[in-house]
Design a protein around this ligand. Structure first.
Ligand code: NAD
Length: 511
């Protein structure tokens, strides 16, 4: 086991204001959220929590900014200019933003830098889409009739994000909503709000008008709950657990809002006997240890063909044991801390139950006792039955289940047997087999001889209880629009609607 003990951190505590109607809002007697680094157990950041009045002002500002403009009426080119400026500013502040995500989420600094660069790329991609948002036209309804289908911004969007990729999750939503002309009230996770609050000041520097983006801090059930149920909000875009996703749907139903959901996963990586073993093991390793397994895309189920199950398990345990983990500020570290004591407790409970049920831990893992922060060593269970709780529920930690299978049809049945449908993969030398499997895996992303490859150009989202809608891809901006159909009659076809008049318009579809 290669564990780098967290250093004694003496870090100046940084405070971040909220952004409401273009103004910075500091503590002013508000409840203070103080975040301790989960790796070093020292306080690193502070921010004020939104009061009911703050929320009301944020929602009013977003509504006013949408209804009066200018952002909602700006040209695509004008919006693109601002989005490109934001991307420039993110790149200029990469190191500081990365440090904030590392200190608050416990992720390795090398990984956090990559995430900030990736986020800037999302902003640039969205800027390109802002100039290409268009509808369609019809001229095939006979003479004197034309129809245009316009794309209009949907309105005020409430955005709520999770703690595991604080800056990137925002970048997968916000620039696309802005490209469409929407206005936003954004609530990041109360545990990792700093980089999003810092983004607020970058948005102002980039020239985004007041009220277009408002960033508030608070806990889910009160601040998040208020945003979801407020009638001034037209759409909710949520990233988080399936459990909370369900309550988002319920609360938004009262005012019939559009809802986009990016939720949990229990993703299966299928390794066939003819796969390139060392690469498949490496993909499995990356899949279950990336972000300490606190990743919706984690390959938390590895389905391995019987004949290679033993050697695969051996190689994966050996590789997992050799990964450098520990202090996320150390440049060598590849996976860092668990975000909170509560999350650490959840992981321990799942592992304890699996052990009680007699499932063999091929790599025992467990809590890193000597460390100041929240660390958990890689844990590999093998063999695991497909229906066990550890292999069907989202553990959200560096814990993996190896499930043996006989043939590919059985592997696909197992892969599809959970309530989730976020992602999956097959590793094989046989491309016919690979494509066949890819079409049968019920998930929004499927990789062939790869894991977790993603690009802003490629849509991302879940089947089944993993979500609704898609982020990324050329349609990502359209998610934040309404379609409006405008039918024009011209020339002699401008007939009255009268019974008996032969040449009248076909009535609108019966409703
Ligand atoms: P969570 O559902 O507990 O919280 C997510 C966000 O929702 C937070 O900002 C939280 O404050 C807020 N929230 C909590 N209760 C709320 C309520 N009743 N009403 C409104 N908002 C509420 O999830 P988490 O623990 O922060 O994140 C981990 C989960 O997120 C995992 O299940 C993971 O798979 C999922 N996730 C999914 C994706 C994806 O793209 N599919 C990406 C990242 C994380």
């Amino acid at each position: 086991m290669v564990f780098v003990a967290p250093r004694d951190l003496t870090h100046a505590i940084r405070s971040f204001p909220m952004l409401i109607d273009g103004a910075e809002v500091g503590d002013g007697g508000r409840r203070i959220f103080a975040r301790r680094s989960p790796a070093h157990d020292v306080e690193v950041t502070r921010y004020p929590g939104a009061t009911p009045d703050d929320l009301d002002r944020s929602l009013a500002a977003a509504r006013r900014a949408f209804d009066r403009g200018p952002w909602s009426r700006a040209s695509g080119a004008e919006r693109a200019r601002v989005l490109h400026r934001v991307a420039d500013l993110i790149e200029q502040n990469q190191e500081e933003l990365a440090l904030l995500d590392t200190l608050e989420a416990g992720k390795p600094i090398v990984q956090a830098r990559g995430e900030i660069a990736n986020a800037a790329d999302f902003w640039r991609y969205a800027a390109g889409l802002a100039r290409n948002l268009h509808g369609e036209a019809h001229n095939t309804f006979g003479p004197g009739t034309a129809c245009m289908v316009m794309r209009e911004p949907i309105g005020v969007v409430a955005m709520i994000t999770a703690w595991n990729f604080p800056f990137v999750l925002v970048a997968q939503k916000l620039p696309f909503a802005l490209a469409a002309g929407c206005t936003v009230v954004l609530k990041p996770s109360e545990m990792t709000s700093a980089s999003t609050l810092m983004l607020g000041s970058l948005l102002t520097q980039a020239g985004l008008p007041p009220g277009v983006v408002n960033i508030v801090v608070g806990e889910g059930h009160d601040v998040g709950g208020t945003l979801i149920s407020d009638p001034r909000v037209d759409m909710v875009s949520f990233t988080g657990s399936t459990r909370v996703g369900r309550t988002v749907v319920e609360s938004s139903a009262k005012t019939i809002k559009k809802v986009a959901l990016e939720l949990g996963g229990k993703n299966a990586l299928i390794a066939c006997a003819d796969c390139e073993l060392d690469l498949a093991v490496d993909a499995a390793l990356h899949g279950f240890l990336f972000n300490a397994g606190q990743c919706c895309q984690a390959s938390s189920r590895i389905l391995v063909q019987d004949s290679i199950a033993e050697v695969f398990t051996h190689c994966l345990c050996e590789a997992a044991d050799a990964v450098v983990h520990g202090d996320p500020l150390d440049e060598r570290v590849r996976f860092g801390a668990i975000v909170s004591q509560a999350q650490l407790g959840r992981i321990e409970a799942y592992v304890a139950e699996a052990r009680r049920d007699g499932i063999t831990a091929a790599l025992p893992g467990g809590r890193a006792e000597a460390a100041a922060g929240n660390f958990y060593h890689p844990t590999v269970f093998s063999p695991v039955a497909p229906g066990a709780r550890i292999s069907t529920e989202e553990v959200f930690g560096p814990v993996v289940s190896i499930i043996p299978f006989r043939d590919v049809p059985e592997a696909i049945t197992i892969a599809n047997s959970t309530s989730y449908g976020l992602s999956g993969a097959i590793w094989t030398a046989d491309l016919d087999k690979a494509f066949e499997a890819a079409t049968q895996i019920r998930a929004g992303s499927v990789w062939i001889n790869a894991w977790m490859d993603g690009f802003p150009e490629v849509p991302f989202g879940g089947f089944k209880e993993s979500g609704l809608g898609r982020e990324g891809g050329s349609a990502a901006v359209e998610e934040f629009t309404e379609m409006k159909s405008i039918v024009v009659r011209y020339g002699s076809r401008r007939a009255k609607w009268m019974p008996g008049v032969k040449d009248h318009a076909t009535p609108v579809q019966a409703s």
